[in-house]
Design a protein around this ligand. Structure first.
Ligand SMILES: [Zn+2]
Length: 142
């Protein structure tokens, strides 16, 4: 029940964040039309018109920048997850090539160019990879 109570305001906040600039722009359209009529006479923007344009660009940037930052963090986490999957599969390949003997450490396999021709993978979130001695599975510290 607590989840449901929180979901509605979250949607409401999102729709407000999206629609406020749209409503603001819609309300300003008559000003732009009037401004463009005036421009035929004046051939220049007024200070108010420039301030409105700057305010709209600021509102759009305020919406876009956090979304870009969030998707960048998601992309880095997914790249780290892919690195872990690759290392796990290469560890299994190593064991298959060596009669079931797993590498003694992660660096044994990541420094081997037969398994990692481009060198050891690095975490885009600055974490370090470690291999569990018993399960032979890789995890990241980030
Ligand atoms: Zn990581």
């Amino acid at each position: 029940m607590g989840r449901r109570r929180n979901a509605a305001p979250a949607i409401s906040r999102l729709s407000q964040a999206l629609f406020k600039p749209i409503i603001a722009v819609t309300c300003l359209i008559p000003l732009f039309i009037e401004g463009s009529k005036r421009m035929k006479r004046q051939k220049a923007f007024t200070l108010v018109e420039l301030m409105i344009v700057v305010a709209i660009l600021g509102a759009l940037a305020a919406i876009a920048i956090p979304k870009i930052n969030a998707s960048s963090a998601t992309a880095k986490a997914n790249a780290c997850s892919t690195n872990i999957d690759i290392m796990n599969s290469q560890i299994e390949l190593y064991a298959a090539n060596n009669d079931g003997t797993y590498p003694s450490s992660l660096s044994t396999i990541t420094s081997d160019t037969d398994y990692f021709p481009d060198g050891a993978p690095t975490c885009p979130l600055s974490g370090t990879y470690t291999m569990d001695a018993n399960s032979h599975r890789v995890s990241c510290s980030h």
